[in-house]
Write a protein that binds this ligand. Structure first.
Ligand code: NI
Length: 138
């Protein structure tokens, strides 16, 4: 089979965050980020969908072994971010605003080195059932 196929793995994690730009006044932060700027943080149930696209392996018929992909996401992403305060407990967001956009890019960068270079990787991250982001953009 030489046709390109995409496979998806869905995982989830819960984390707290606060959106804030330290270069702005409290008023400006409040105006731009609204409730997401509240000083005592708040949580989201993030839904993560990892997409891998490529030609299925001739011997296995797999684009990627889903068990391997699941273990990789758990090790690199879930264990790192689940039940954490992203601003306070993670080095990735110490100086980076933990918006869904930035979280998706960080997740991509954490996974990319562990996935076959011949395969495409795309991250979709749901912050709420209605708000979600994708990276990279196709
Ligand atoms: Ni939020």
């Amino acid at each position: 089979m030489s046709k390109k196929v995409a496979v998806f793995r869905k995982e989830s994690f819960n984390a707290a965050h606060r959106l804030n730009n330290p270069d702005w006044t409290d008023e400006k932060n409040q105006e731009i980020f609204g409730k997401c700027n509240l000083p005592h943080y708040h949580g989201h149930n993030y839904e993560l969908i990892v997409k891998i696209a490529g030609k299925p392996d001739k011997k296995t018929g797999y684009v990627m072994d889903m068990k391997v992909l699941s273990d990789l996401i758990n090790k690199e992403i879930t264990e790192r971010f689940d039940h954490k305060n992203l601003n306070l407990d993670t080095k990735e967001f110490k100086n980076l605003n933990p918006t869904a956009e930035n979280i998706a890019v960080i997740i991509y960068d954490l996974l990319r080195p562990h996935i076959d270079k011949k395969k495409d990787l795309q991250i979709r991250l749901y912050e709420t059932p209605r708000n979600f982001v994708e990276y990279p953009v196709e």
